[in-house]
Write a protein that binds this ligand. Structure first.
Ligand code: PLP
Length: 389
């Protein structure tokens, strides 16, 4: 079956953050929105179909998690990643960011040190600071045009921390970590007594020929010392359903987390959550293969276009995800000027690189998960703005 990713779907007035949130963010609505990390493609049809079918019964009562939900997660992880998961290791969380916040509260105390690797997904910093923990930074470094871990600094900076939040694969850099990086992190954190949260929300968006490596698979020390966060929300475009899960392989950690979640019944979920996850993981392979191929073509298009028409804006080609980290440092602008350039001149709404940490100054994050014609129009506007420089 062929899925149509070229279709333009009008998302305005659906309360979509990416569209209807533009006014609040930029005070205007005439920008092409290429910011919030969801896709402008239709949510995978077997997911919307499962929801439609459920609505044939008009009673949206309390809903339990069926065994088939757990089995779908187990199958997907085994088939796609060779990761063996048992039912008891799976816990529902209402979104990855809330899940990380809940787990942070379950496993650490106020004032504890939490380390992250900027430039990185900004809620890692928010969660740490807003929950009264102490932020420790281990900035990534540039190596052969890609962000990589600075493991020498990591060894020093992790001392005294209680928690390390790993973004695997990495947003906004699009990095699929090398096995040796993940192994080193596992070894150091285990020896230093630092728990690892591995946020693997972008795992299913790893672009072939690369493959995702779950942190829990790199060593037994990793497996016993991590909480893995996963969800079909990014890859199948259903983040509005807030249906995610944790995998915890260590029984002691699992009991601690369960106790925390049970205290306020934080893992209840909702009537559409479990059937959507099950549908994604049961019918998703063919759709996802085609979606990834489309994303890859959009990345190729943007890369070639900017090389030809705006060569001072460099594309950091993602190895995973549809988020493209644009290196704009050669434009020689301040961050305010750069933001102004994209909004006022190019009429594009991108994420400001600086929101991912000061290491993101000089960068912008471009979401290319839109129909090709939208990306072509966006590139045309960017080239016209570039001409005026
Ligand atoms: C690394 C990472 N984690 C988590 C999220 C958001 O997860 P959720 O919407 O499930 O809270 C995103 C969204 O862009 C992300 O990039």
């Amino acid at each position: 079956m062929n899925f149509n990713f070229d279709e333009i779907i009008d998302r305005r007035h659906t309360d979509a953050v990416k569209y209807d949130g533009m006014k609040e963010m930029w005070g205007r609505t005439d920008l092409i929105p290429l910011w919030v990390a969801d896709m402008d493609f239709a949510t995978a049809p077997f997911i919307t179909e499962a929801i439609r079918k459920r609505c044939e019964n008009p009673v949206l009562g309390y809903t339990c998690k069926p065994d088939s939900y757990y089995q779908a997660i187990i199958r997907w992880n085994k088939q796609r990643y060779g990761l063996e998961v048992e039912k008891e290791m799976i816990g529902f969380v209402p979104g990855i960011v809330p899940g990380i916040g809940m787990a942070m509260n379950a496993f650490t105390e106020k004032g504890d040190k939490v380390m992250i690797q900027p430039p990185v997904y900004h809620p890692f910093r928010w969660l740490t600071e807003r929950n009264g923990r102490t932020l420790v930074l281990n900035p990534l470094k540039w190596e052969d045009g890609m962000l990589r871990m600075d493991l020498d600094a990591f060894r020093q900076q992790i001392k005294g921390c209680k928690l390390f939040i790993l973004c695997n694969p990495h947003n906004p850099g699009g990095v699929v970590w090398k096995e040796e990086e993940l192994k080193a992190v596992a070894e150091i954190c285990y020896e230093e007594g630092v728990l690892v949260f591995s946020d693997e929300i972008h795992a299913d968006l790893t672009l072939p020929p690369r493959t995702h490596r779950p942190f829990a698979l790199v060593s037994e020390k990793a497996r016993m010392n991590c909480v893995t966060f996963m969800s079909p929300s990014k890859a199948f475009n259903m983040p509005g359903l807030t249906a995610s899960h944790v995998l915890i392989f260590n029984g002691k950690l699992r009991r601690k987390f369960r106790q925390y979640m049970d205290a306020c019944e934080l893992d209840l979920g909702h009537a559409f959550a479990f059937l959507a996850v099950e549908a994604a993981y049961s019918h998703g392979t063919e759709w996802l293969d085609q979606c990834l191929a489309y994303i890859q073509e959009n990345i190729d298009y943007v890369d070639a276009f900017l090389k030809a028409h705006a060569p001072k804006i460099k594309v950091i080609r993602p190895q995973a995800s549809y988020l493209v980290w644009l290196d704009c440092r050669e434009l020689g602008m301040t961050q305010d000027q750069l933001n102004d350039f994209f909004v006022e001149k190019a009429r594009l709404a991108l994420n400001d690189g600086a929101m991912f940490g000061e290491e993101g100054v000089g960068f912008m994050r471009l979401n290319i998960a839109s129909p090709r014609s939208v990306i072509e129009q966006a590139m045309k506007q960017l080239a016209e703005a570039y001409e005026t420089l």
